[in-house]
Design a protein around this ligand. Structure first.
Ligand code: G1P
Length: 298
């Protein structure tokens, strides 16, 4: 019988070196787009897709993540006393029910595949999702929800990965897919390579950080040798399923921001700022003034 996807792994063990010095004391996933931490966007997307069990793969120095999803009794009492009901409601939305999030630690930085493998006992014998919080996707219907619907509609037991075209000269930053007949959002994958040089890349269709995987991938992760960058790569384990349960790319609707890079993070900040009713006027005015100044200077 086909099992529903109710578990998701969030690999959040990375050092976040690209955001030093900030990440010296705050986990990258707590950095905010406007006023919400990156991890909150990932959790909200997972909840919309029907995920009920959240598995965080963390590392030393990431306890701020656990505090963020815990209740905050002193803060709540103060807000209540002051009658700040709106803020209180917002705060309650960030508190996760007891037992909904489980934390496991990745003790050595051995790559994304290894991080996912660290969650194997909690995943058990069920299909599961993986969300990389660095990839923030703005869309009407959240990306993982689009994928879960497509996955369940296809009655699939294989792997599904979010896919998007990237510039040819950027293939070495992504897992790259070679796909069969390209019709519609779900495409059959014939080959998958992690971070190929542009001259070796089979296409410019890249894997973006949303996956739905069968539990057998955990066993494969146990067997694969270190790949690109000397790390255990999730891409390599998924690629082994091509001749097994099958791999599909899903071209999602939505705009993806690479919040693992500073430029991507700034772009997301602008986009999410503009999308907010409470900021839209003042912030949009500022941006148009900026572009007017730039036009005048040119
Ligand atoms: C990871 C994956 C890669 C994927 C990318 C998407 O790479 O290994 O296959 O294309 O996420 O963001 P990372 O960005 O962690 O180096």
């Amino acid at each position: 019988m086909q099992r529903k996807v109710t578990k998701a792994i969030f690999p959040v063990a990375g050092l976040g070196t690209r955001f030093l010095p900030a990440t010296k004391s705050i986990p990258k996933e707590i950095m905010t787009l406007v006023d919400r931490p990156l991890i909150q966007y990932a959790i909200d997307e997972a909840r919309a897709a029907g995920i009920t069990d959240f598995i965080f793969v963390t590392s030393r120095g990431k306890s701020a993540l656990e505090d963020y999803f815990d209740s905050a009794p002193e803060l709540e009492a103060t807000l209540k006393e002051k009658g700040k009901d709106g803020l209180l409601r917002m705060l309650n939305e960030t508190t996760m029910p007891s037992g909904a999030i489980a934390y496991v630690r990745q003790q050595q930085p051995r790559g994304l595949g290894h991080a996912v493998w660290c969650g194997r006992r909690l995943v058990g014998d069920e299909p599961f999702a993986v969300i990389l919080p660095d990839d923030v996707i703005a869309s009407e219907k959240p990306c993982l929800q689009q994928m879960v619907e497509a996955y369940e509609a296809a009655g699939s037991t294989g792997c599904m990965v979010a896919a998007m075209e990237v510039p040819h000269d950027k293939t070495s930053a992504y897992g790259i897919l070679d796909v069969g007949d390209d019709a519609g959002p779900v495409v059959g994958v014939r080959k998958m390579v992690e971070k190929p040089r542009p001259e070796d890349a089979p296409s410019n269709l890249a894997v973006i950080g949303r996956y739905i995987l069968p539990p057998s991938v955990m066993d494969t992760l146990n067997e694969v040798d270190p790949g690109a960058g000397g790390e255990i790569q999730l891409t390599d384990a998924i690629a082994r399923e091509i001749d097994g349960s099958g791999v599909w790319g899903y071209r999602f609707n939505g705009q993806r921001f690479d919040c693992g890079s500073k430029a991507g993070f700034l772009q997301a900040t602008v986009a999410f700022g503009l999308a907010r009713d409470d900021l839209n006027g003042e912030f949009a005015d500022y941006l148009s003034e900026l572009s007017a100044v730039r036009d005048a200077a040119q």
